[in-house]
Design a protein around this ligand. Sequence first.
Ligand code: ZN
Length: 779
Amino acid sequence: MLLRPLAVLLRAARPLHQQQQQARIVATQHIRFYASAPTPKKERIPFPTMAAVSDSDVIARFGALNISAPKVIEHAAVKGGAEWRAELDKLGKTGVAITKTLLFKPKTAKTAEPTPVLVVAKEDTETSSGLIGNLLKLKELRLANEDLIKQVIPSAASKDDVSPLPLPAPVPATLFLLLDAAIASSSEEFALHLTTSATTVLVKGTEVKAYLESIAGSPEAVRVVDFVELKANAPAPAPKAAAAQKEAPKAAAAAAVAKKDDDLYEMAIQYKKDEDFPGWYTDVLIKGQMIDYYDISGCYILRPTSYTIWQTIQNWFDDEIKKLGVNDCYFPMFVSRARLEREKDHIEGFAPEVAWVTKAGSSDLEEHIAIRPTSETVMYPYYAKWIKSHRDLPLKLNQWNSVVRWEFKNPQPFLRTREFLWQEGHTAFLEKSEADKEVRDILDLYRRVYEEILAVPVIPGIKSENEKFAGADYTTTVEGFIPTTGRGIQGGTSHHLGQNFSKMFDIYVEDPKATAADREAGKDTKINVFQNSWGLSTRTIGVMVMTHGDDQGLVFPPKVALQQVAIVPVGLTKGEGKNDAIYEACTKLEQELKAGGIRAVADLRDGYTPGWKFNDHELRGTPLRLELGPRDIAAGTTLAVRRYDNHKESYPLNDIVNVVRKSLDDIQAALYNRALEKYNASLRHTLKWEDVVPNLNAKSALVIPWCEDPQCEDDIKDRSKAESMAGQAEDSKAPSAGAKSLCLPFDQKRFGDFPDGENQKCIQCDKKAKRWALFGRSY
Ligand SMILES: [Zn+2]
């Protein structure tokens, strides 16, 4: 028989990471600012005034150094590293190392000449102002205000334009010029702005160094700093420095304040969730210690905070599928070319995204080996081998693994990454009805993962013909929605594959009902098995963060929080040993909660104020904070503060385990209810075409009467896209995507009857509407 090309099937077999996303990868800002400095009463000695340096001046300087003039890349003006990276990605410069240029102003006497510090570093290098201050013996480094920036770099029209390249030469001796060792000694290219944030040049690290030395007038004037080493060699924050404090109480207090402010500043989320969602998203992930960047683009490190979420899902889901008779297994991640190319179209469909192992050590492999982009071709030949009779059915296998798809689109942590973690279940049945049942059983487990574990509401439904996995008879899905962006997000899919794959891979059994007479009569007594496949990935984590997080940082549902409760000592007094009783009470409380199965930690870190710790736990999303001070201890209570709504309440210490347990349950439920309310408020019954785009622009998901015709879906997409784009072509930030179907919800009753009953027309065409369908922009 004619097989559908496997490539087509597999290309569509990407339920979790297939959607186009907002094309913006986000990184940390390339320059940060502190609030503008107070106006001094006395006149400052100004920083030397110098003429602005132009783009062509910079290029000429390179020429004078015999460095071949870098090509100037023009793009939209960018604010921060995130936008910068997005612009470079758009131009095909994926993976280029971005730099940050920070201008600091140390504290000086009011009338003294300013001694600013310009730091040029790799974007991901940690550049602590405190350590830089120590290194240069300068006090209280703050990020400079715009006035100082314009004095130091006259060509900079705004803070976004800061770059070391247009520094006037010779650089004044009062300017400290620091270069990251990771740049200085590197032969790699780094992205720097020319004179504005709308231009980029790529310059080798060693050439950046030569350039700076040249404009500074001497090699000594450029200080190469190994920030990693600087941090490693930094003295630990001096705990219990009682003696030192007595000697210089004022200085110590001032330093403590400065440190606190700087740290708070470094810690705080730089973006508002409503204003710059992609910036916010990556900022909370990095600062909340969920992920870290890695030196391979599109790959991220999952730190314990995020991996714990995955583990919690894994443990729960694995227990549940075992109850359904599914067993875990593991197939190798390597795929031979022969296997991958078993269907000749397969490799064509996947070729651009398949990563290959071509070498072992220094010798070339005779036969290149692929890393699985998905496991159908890996697993199904063995299904054909293992399933020999109906007695071998059902076969229900699952694997927890990672797959690799070497995409070149903008990566986004948890949503689009080159390697991601998932589970893939692959099951085979004799009867279609058994398979149908399992599809829904699994989908309901996915719903429960979202709703019961992550406190994220989803709408279960079936995918339209256009949106289903092309290898499937039908695809079911749980659809989430991010109200902040007004985009739907596919949460997990469970497919019924029918006999499509079993015919392709020759997975069949003899019909147990066939008689000897049937066989003698030459009847075809082979039955191809009915198959399902279903997958859930670490995308779940991204959806959870997007749903619950706020401008202060992450907000964790207690069930997946690495730390559910933070105990913070308060009301501390200075002096050796004076706080021992408080610390002891905190430790005791921690032990008590832990014994009660609550993940609690007493935050006894030295050198940080209670306020700093409050902020830190807010940023990390710890669901509950318990404050414990002398007065609380005397009263036998602790002040509990809920992360998600900042509600404060006094809890009795004598029944603390039960009270905290109940509080965590309440938080879990409240987070779900809050998210559900927002989801429901985002659902908009839309009965007239004229309302489609306005409702999309109002960040709604549309509930529409729909005919379910694939052509009609294409028309809806094109028409809504065209109308969204009309008059907005100039504004690249305008929402432009058209609406596509998210799902046909199983629960139709929640949306009520059609206003026109039996005669209800489709919103787009004149055909009869079959069901309410959920349409929207999507990830
Ligand atoms: Zn229609």
